[in-house]
Design a protein around this ligand. Sequence first.
Ligand code: ADP
Length: 489
Amino acid sequence: MKILFIASEMYPLIKTGGLADVAGSLPKALRELGKDVRVLLPAYSEVKAQLPQATVVSELHLLGLPVQILATTVPGSDIPLWLLDAPKWFDRPGNPYLHPDGTPWHDNDERFGALCWAAYRIALNQLGLDWQPDIIHCNDWQTGLVPALLSLKSPHPATIFTIHNLAYQGTFPKTSHARLELPSLLWSPEGLEFHDQLSFIKGGLVYADRINTVSPTYAHEIQTPRFGCGLEGLLRHRRQRLSGILNGIDTEKWDPGRDPLITQTFDSKTLERKGSNKKALQEHFGLPSGQNRILIAFIGRLVSQKGIDLILKTLPSLLEHSFQWVFLGSGSSEYEHSLLYWSRRHPEQVAVHIGFDEPLSHLVEAGADLFLMPSRFEPCGLNQMFSQRYGTVPIVHRTGGLADTVEDAIPGKMKGATGVSFEFAEAGALLEAIKRAWLLYEHSPTWRQLQRSGMTKDFSWRRSASEYCALYQQAIKDNTPMAGRPSEG
Ligand code: ADP
């Protein structure tokens, strides 16, 4: 089976979130299952700088601009990696989607439209690369036009569209449709049009042979108005083609038994050693050391999706107790300022690092006792899995991938429990959950059991990669020129 995997970010080359982790891991896991998988990524300046050996293998024009396809391999593997090199669009430092002032790049329609056209040409073996995929695996809105374009060609490879976050849809003014040289056949409310705008994500949702999200619960949730971001009707319409496959995590990189980024390695049998990491974390942040204070951590984007406002609401009342708090993240300036305010007021209890710091995130996971993820919605989420691997008990809102990966510790039903979860994304519910976790913490045998259950769970990509292979087979079966058209029930 030949698979072309298309993404707009990929760990370790460029990363803003979980999509990069998936793109960095899933192709490798598929390769281990013997699949011929290749990856297409934009040649951002940061990516090119890390891959000086990449060579030109194809030259073409996209949207009137001469561009090149560069070839190399994914770092640490023999997986072919193609880069769409178009300096006008991708030679920009920093975040792949945003201008340094935090607003989207003005030409994101052209940038990712060109990526989709390049994928289309590779899919149809038009670039002299001497390779034609059976499956095109698209990820998020940046790749959404690929299934739409391919739907007009018969025969064409089967298409999969994975939703990593439905909230980001890639909508642009109607004029983009012509500017991106999209066939007029695709412009209709049943096609790429969304409230008189061009919607990239609809290209994936309407036309892909199979759609999936990164957890089974999120696949159900997005069919409801609460989580569907206006697309719930379409998703309900396509429910027979919609499923969920949980992300795995990189269990080698995130292994407390041999993680070089933490102070003291440990495993489920040597949990007492975890304390050295707590001490190192406290020292790193200038918090008073001591094993008797519960250390609660948060890592992630500081946006309302992640429920950071709920944490800020519970913080004042919990500061009366001896908890310590460590926050690592960046995002909305309102939340950044609020966290910094609390850390200035209570430097002995609240520590904040604004920014993206991967090595530090390992020490935080290893050193904390509790990890908070009160996300309003969470397609999959990774940190709750990292936490369980590191014996750091997660407290999560029971939604999306958090519901699928954390087993709630209910009194009398502790077998297999790995964390604490709460039903409603409200500050009161979060506060209750933290108090419940506190009670569990006070009873060491129960706490150890919770930690050990989490540490021994299988979060590997092997399991997910096999499920993707089954989905690819389904997509090949479903691949008809009319896939996704309104007649489908
Ligand atoms: P999302 O993709 O919605 O941001 P995920 O939980 O799926 O959330 O993935 C986020 C990834 O980015 C995780 O690997 C997480 O550890 C990492 N991350 C987020 N913020 C930071 C930060 N400030 N420093 C280090 N790593 C971070």
